[in-house]
Structures are given as structure tokens and as C-alpha cells.
Ligand binder design. Structure first.
Ligand code: BGC
Length: 362
């Protein structure tokens, strides 16, 4: 029954008739006799390990604990699959749709469809520019970039690299977060370029956060400017791609590389001395905050937010929750493991046993 009504709703048939059933859905009560239902679309499983290893797990746990119906899908970096998944969720009668967009264009199309069908919407982690999401839940992404910039400055000082040429491997240009990360680290680095303390090096967006493309791009950077002395890599995957190139030239560990996401691989690269730092974003808190909002909306309640984020394309303020990121270096890798975010087993594989012991990780 519920599905029937809601598929009509999605096609617009019931919206036009303006019945009570439609109104109930518009207010997100999750009525129609069924349990509240929430749909989530994750972006891919390659640009970062986090989506499948952390976000899915913690979102599912929160939905289960609240006893709501939920579906979590992964678009695997395919924009048409992303759209199809969203359309299916809307047709099947979700009360709330939560997305991590692949770009703002496809994100907006899906959010608008949901809104027209009376489905409440949440942008998760990535803000859809010009979109219509009711809420946005993420980390303070400019602060993430600031930590990366500051981390690199510290590692360059520790390595005593004089007038380093700094290269930048930015994330995907279609991800608003990449712009914010870059804003954060450029704010730290620009004064150093201006004063001549550092030298501005190659600076490139990596399409789709693709690690293979990042490796190729960094190889070309090293060929064009063999004296690169420091690398801003926007996440641990891009960092690992750069480290692999440095390894071929025996330069790993000599040229500091930043990262983000505190992935097991990133933490291992830090323990090895090949990666200068990573940014730990406790996805458990992000998932819990987003799930709490989604559950409230699905039950027809209003969500509680803590701040507003300005969408410069849509020229509107979006009610938001932004969490604080934390910098991780060799000195505090342990904190991520002690926190239970990544397990010692994942990081301390045979090759890393001694390094883990030295870092106090059990
Ligand atoms: C997320 C990062 C992630 C990147 C690639 C960004 O939007 O905030 O945590 O590493 O996408 O998936």
C-alpha cells in the first residue's frame, strides 16, 4: 500500500491531487502505516576507504539502533547510477534522502526531484552547490585544509628543507570540499610563497580523486620540477600515489607529503616516515549526527543544527552541523587506534609490528 502511494507520489500523480496521504509525506512523517524509511547514497569506494569502511558501518548502526528502515547504496562513481539509485529510492517511498554528491549538477537534479516528491533531503559530507538540501552535515573542511598546510610547514621545518618547492595534488574540482581544503592550505602557504620562504610549485586538481591519475600527475610534476621539496596531497589516497612515485626515486621519507582520512594505509605511511601527517575526521560522529537528523526528519520532527553554511552558487544559507578535524602525525597515530576508529590489526600487520610497538600501539 505504502509503496503504491509513494510511487504515484514520485511520478507527481498524487502531488497534483493534494490528498492527505501526500501531505503526510510532504511533512516527512513517515506515515502511511509503514516505518520511517531513509535512503543514503555514498559516492564510490575507491577515492577513499572511508565510504565503505566507516560511513556505511556507522550510518547503518545508527539507523538500526533507532529501528528505522534504511537503505545504503554506493554509486561507485557512476553519475547515471547515482541518479537511478536516487530515483528508485524516491519511488520506493523514502521519507529522507541523504546523498554524497559526485558533482553539484547531478546532486542538485536528484535533490530537486526528492523535494518535488515531498522527500526531505540531507547533503552528507559534500555540499551540493546550488542544491536544495534541507540540511548539511560535514566537518569544517577549511579547517581540514589549514591542518594540512600547518602540518606541511612543520614537516618542512623538521626536515630542514630550504626554500622548498611545494607541489599540490588537490581533490576533484567538482567536489566543493576540495575547494575548501585548498582554501585552507593555500591560506597557510601563500604568505610563505609571497615572502620567498617557499617556492610555489605545480598545482593540480585530480579528476574524481582518482589515485592512478594522481600518480601520473605527480610523475609529470617531478619530471618538470625535479626539485619539489614538499607535497600537499588532499587525502591519503592521493598521498599514497605521490609516495609511490617518490619511492621509485628513493625520495620517500625525504619529501614531506600530507594526507587526510586517517586510513589504515595513511597511518602506515606515517609510521614508515613516508607521510608527514593525515587528518583524522571521526566519521562516527559525522554519521551519528547525520543519522540523528535523518531520523528526526523521517519522523516528521525538526532537526537540530549548530551552524549555517553559505552556498555561494545558490546564494543561500544551509542549516548545518560541522565537526572538528584533528591532525595526526607520527607522535599521535596511536590516538586514532586508541579511539577505536582504525584497529591495531589493520595497521600493525607483520611489516609494521616493530613500528607499531615503537609508537606505543598495542
Ligand atoms: C571527503 C574526503 C574524501 C574525499 C574523496 C571528500 O569529499 O571529505 O574525506 O577523502 O572526498 O572521497
Amino acid at each position: 500500500m505504502r509503496r503504491g502511494i509513494l510511487s504515484l507520489l514520485a511520478t507527481g500523480a498524487l502531488v497534483a491531487s493534494g490528498t492527505a496521504a501526500c501531505t503526510a509525506n510532504v511533512s516527512g512523517t513517515g506515515g502511511h502505516g509503514g516505518k520511517p524509511r531513509i535512503g543514503v547514497i555514498l559516492p564510490d569506494s575507491k577515492s577513499s576507504a572511508r565510504w565503505e569502511t566507516a560511513d556505511r558501518k556507522y550510518l547503518a548502526a545508527a539507523f538500526k539502533a533507532a529501528g528505522v528502515d534504511y537503505e545504503i547504496q554506493n554509486a561507485q562513481n557512476d553519475k547515471s547510477a547515482f541518479t537511478t539509485l536516487a530515483e528508485q529510492m524516491i519511488t520506493q517511498g523514502v521519507d529522507v534522502l541523504m546523498i554524497v554528491n559526485l558533482d553539484s549538477g547531478t546532486g542538485k537534479a536528484v535533490l530537486d526531484k526528492a523535494r518535488n516528491a515531498g522527500v526531505a533531503t540531507i547533503d552528507y559530507d559534500r555540499l551540493t552547490l546550488g542544491g536544495s538540501a534541507r540540511y548539511y552535515v560535514s566537518f569544517d573542511n577549511t579547517a581540514v585544509g589549514t591542518l594540512q598546510g600547518q602540518g606541511l610547514v612543520r614537516c618542512l621545518a623538521d626536515a630542514k628543507i630550504n626554500r622548498p618547492v611545494v607541489a599540490e595534488l588537490n581533490g576533484s574540482q567538482t567536489d566543493n570540499n576540495s575547494t575548501l581544503f585548498k582554501e585552507g592550505y593555500d591560506n597557510v602557504l601563500q604568505p610563505k610563497f609571497d615572502s620567498g620562504e617557499y617556492v610555489k610549485g605545480p598545482d593540480q586538481w585530480i579528476e574524481e580523486w582518482d589515485n592512478t591519475r594522481a600518480g601520473t600527475a605527480f610523475e609529470q610534476m617531478m619530471t618538470a620540477q625535479p626539485n619539489i621539496g614538499g607535497v600537499i596531497a588532499a587525502n591519503d589516497g592521493l598521498a599514497n600515489a605521490a609516495i609511490n612515485v617518490l619511492k621509485k626515486q628513493g625520495l620517500n621519507g625525504h619529501i614531506p607529503v600530507t594526507g587526510q582520512d586517517a586510513t589504515a594505509q595513511g597511518l602506515q605511511n606515517i609510521l614508515n616516515g613516508d607521510q608527514c601527517m593525515t587528518v583524522y575526521k571521526d566519521v562516527r560522529r559525522e554519521a551519528a549526527a547525520a543519522a540523528k537528523l535523518a531520523i528526526a526528519l523521517a519522523k516528521g520532527e525538526t532537526g537540530v543544527t549548530t551552524t549555517k553554511v553559505y552556498d555561494r552558487v545558490g546564494k543561500r544559507d544551509v542549516d548545518a552541523i560541522l565537526l572538528d578535524p584533528k591532525a595526526i602525525t607520527r607522535d599521535n597515530v596511536r590516538a586514532v587506534i586508541d579511539d577505536g576508529y582504525v584497529s591495531a590489526d589493520e595497521v600493525c600487520t607483520a611489516d609494521f609490528a616493530a613500528k607499531c610497538a615503537a609508537a606505543g600501539i598495542k
